[in-house]
Ligand binder design. Sequence first.
Ligand SMILES: [Mg+2]
Length: 164
Amino acid sequence: MVFETKTLEAKARQLLGDRGVSVVDIAELVIFLQKEYIPELTLETCVDSVNAVLTKREVHNTILTGIQLDILAEEDKLLQPLQSIVEGDEGLYGIDEVLALSIVNVYGSIGFTNYGYIDKVKPGILQRLNEKGGPRVHTFLDDIVGAIAAAAASRLAHSYSSEI
Ligand SMILES: [Mg+2]
């Protein structure tokens, strides 16, 4: 059975919202990544770019899969040792980053640089998602949010360079 893209997008957006991430939160990360290169960039333009990324099926599939794993880990429903690895956001796991790469790929290779950078610096919402100790697990979500921002920033970089 193949679901309509619209159905997947609605569910992906709902899940992001349920997990405390808004489009504006992600757009603020895009500003952070691009303000040095596009000084006239507005939050509104970044919101539009994030919304464009959120129409892509690869992005929906990644959001649905990653957030599902975070939720299962919160509910203690994964098999061991994966349960402890995901719940504890173990540094050597790496599959959360690999899964999110499917989003970064959508707008070409500039996305990789942005993704790596934002994962190191962890500005804005990423810092909040990385705070440990609460009942929530965001092992997959933080990389997904960073990847959406990186893809949206790459999309802008491409569109601005074609204007010059
Ligand atoms: Mg992670």
